[in-house]
Design a protein around this ligand. Structure first.
Ligand code: ZN
Ligand code: FE
Ligand code: FE
Ligand code: ZN
Length: 276
């Protein structure tokens, strides 16, 4: 199965960061130019959400939130003739923080909110490469996966989000439990479908030690059977990652059976066929 540039142009990269999160590089203008070069017609910025109080060192402060909105508004205006740019936010799902996300969602006219599980508890993000966490992986991988997927289901059931990011992020460093992984996937797919959410096919995993798209093909096959819509995103933290490996992700989506991907505008979802 092959893809061409005209099919790439039917995709929208909705997962792009800004330097406000302290671990991404490049101005929004540079991301927009990169998107045009990649053949995209629509993208969205979705930087890591601020927390009510200082929580970690990889997100904007709450006082910077108006600046984020302003940055996106400016780049939207600047590229209005060439590129549709949506306003999103990548929100960390943490049990107990639901009302904060709900409040933030009212602070701007968002096109979509992404729900992400990075934190297994308030002091460990499973995707954190800092060597100080390496020993955490010496514990039962099965338990870590259980915890992760349990949170992912809570995130899906929270009704706070439009789509869910990098479904099996917990595999980032290549840790996978033994046996059939459907025991984690199937109950999760059920909750995602019941809450009418879309999921992300993220090419970021290809750039990480696991060297595999998030989610696995098996997870995606179950998602397709359950009629769960997809978006294809890069999780760009640098302009040169915008739209990265989209032909690989689109090929996977088509092989699994998908014929379209989702668009979001003011939190309304539509589906756009790959051949349109
Ligand atoms: Zn990030
Ligand atoms: Fe993330
Ligand atoms: Fe991200
Ligand atoms: Zn992300």
């Amino acid at each position: 199965m092959s893809v061409d540039r005209s099919q790439i142009s039917t995709l929208a990269d909705y997962h792009m960061h800004t330097p406000l999160c302290k671990h991404a590089e490049g101005l929004p203008e540079a991301y927009a130019c990169a998107a045009i070069d990649a053949g995209l017609k629509e993208v969205g910025f979705s930087d890591h959400n601020p927390m009510a109080e200082i929580f970690d060192d990889w997100r904007m402060e709450y006082q910077q939130f108006p600046h984020y909105l302003d940055l996106i508004q400016k780049v939207q205006a600047q590229f209005s003739n060439q590129l549709t740019i949506r306003l999103g936010l990548e929100c960390d799902f943490l049990p107990g923080q639901e009302s904060w996300i709900k409040e933030l969602s009212k602070h701007a006219d968002f096109d979509y909110l992404i729900g992400s599980v990075h934190y297994l508890n308030s002091d460990w993000a499973v995707d954190d490469p800092d060597p100080k966490w390496a020993s955490r992986w010496n514990h039962s991988i099965d338990d870590i996966w259980q915890q992760y997927w349990d949170l992912y289901r809570q995130c899906a059931a929270s009704r706070l989000f439009d789509f869910l990011a990098h479904p099996d992020l917990v595999k980032k460093f290549g840790h996978r439990p033994e046996g059939d992984l459907k025991r984690f996937y199937e109950p999760t797919i059920e909750v995602i479908a019941a809450n009418n959410l879309a999921i992300e096919i993220s090419t970021a995993g290809l750039r990480k030690p696991c060297a595999e798209i998030y989610p696995s093909r098996e997870f995606l096959e179950l998602a397709f059977k359950a009629d769960i819509p997809i978006v294809i995103s890069s999780d760009a933290h640098h302009p040169n990652e915008v739209g990265s490996d989209f032909p690989i992700a689109l090929t996977l989506a088509k092989e699994v059976g998908y014929t379209n991907s989702a668009r979001f505008h003011k939190r309304e979802r539509t589906l756009v066929p790959f051949d349109s």
